[in-house]
Design a protein around this ligand. Structure first.
Ligand SMILES: [Cu+2]
Length: 217
């Protein structure tokens, strides 16, 4: 799809402070990020992220994107999508020990952070996947999948997806698990957050989160 610099400019210079900051942000992406992933233990996760942000730009990611879950961060942790583009997210849990999920939305309910015991599973006030057509395929070691209000097509036997209810749209993978999520980027431009709320939001609070900038068509 053709870029529209004017519309892109509107997004980047919007009234939202967070959106204004976006143009200065860089992000971890693709094979280059994988190459430095091994250095995490040496330099620390935050240093790595900061360094990578200074190195890479933020091109539009259309087509296939590999999204990796580690303890406790995602690679990439920044993505740029464009309304109307076809996306194929291969979500893969690289942890050998931890369950991880992928949720996406806006306005995380931070009141839950101070809570104890069983917490509500719907952390986002606004679930990005509400009303979005999604096709799931190639499930492997899926702990459970919550469709919430997405319109989901399951490619293959449904029982493999361990469909659950309650909370935000969220594939949760066992260690080593993976799932393929296909969709057309809906008309929801702006900045969205993603994160993992496993273990009473500890993963999210520890830094297991990222952002997607969605540009208008
Ligand atoms: Cu997690």
């Amino acid at each position: 799809m053709e870029k529209d610099p004017a519309k892109e400019e509107n997004i980047l210079n919007g009234e939202n402070v967070e959106e204004n900051q976006w143009s200065r942000r860089q992000f971890l992406v693709g094979s280059a990020a994988l190459g430095v992933a091994g250095a995490v233990t040496l330099f620390g996760r935050q240093a790595l992220v900061d360094a990578a942000r200074g190195i890479f730009g933020s091109p539009v990611s259309s087509g296939t994107v590999h999204l990796y879950a580690y303890d406790y961060y995602y690679i990439p942790n920044y993505m740029t999508w464009r309304v109307g583009d076809q996306m194929d997210i291969i979500f893969q849990n690289q942890s050998h020990t931890h369950w991880h999920e992928w949720t996406m939305g806006r306005h995380v309910n931070e009141a839950y952070f101070q809570a104890f015991g069983n917490l509500p599973a719907d952390a986002w006030a606004e679930d990005f996947w509400d009303g979005v057509h999604v096709t799931l395929s190639d499930p492997y070691k899926v702990d459970n999948f919550v469709p919430n209000k997405a319109i989901v097509t399951y490619d293959g036997p449904k029982e493999l997806f361990n469909i659950a209810s309650g909370g935000d749209f969220s594939p949760t993978l066992k260690p080593g698990g993976s799932i393929h999520i296909s969709f057309t980027v809906p008309n929801k431009p702006g900045i969205w957050d993603y994160g993992c709320f496993v273990q009473q939001y500890i993963h999210y609070r520890t830094g297991m989160r990222g952002k997607v900038l969605i540009l208008p068509a």
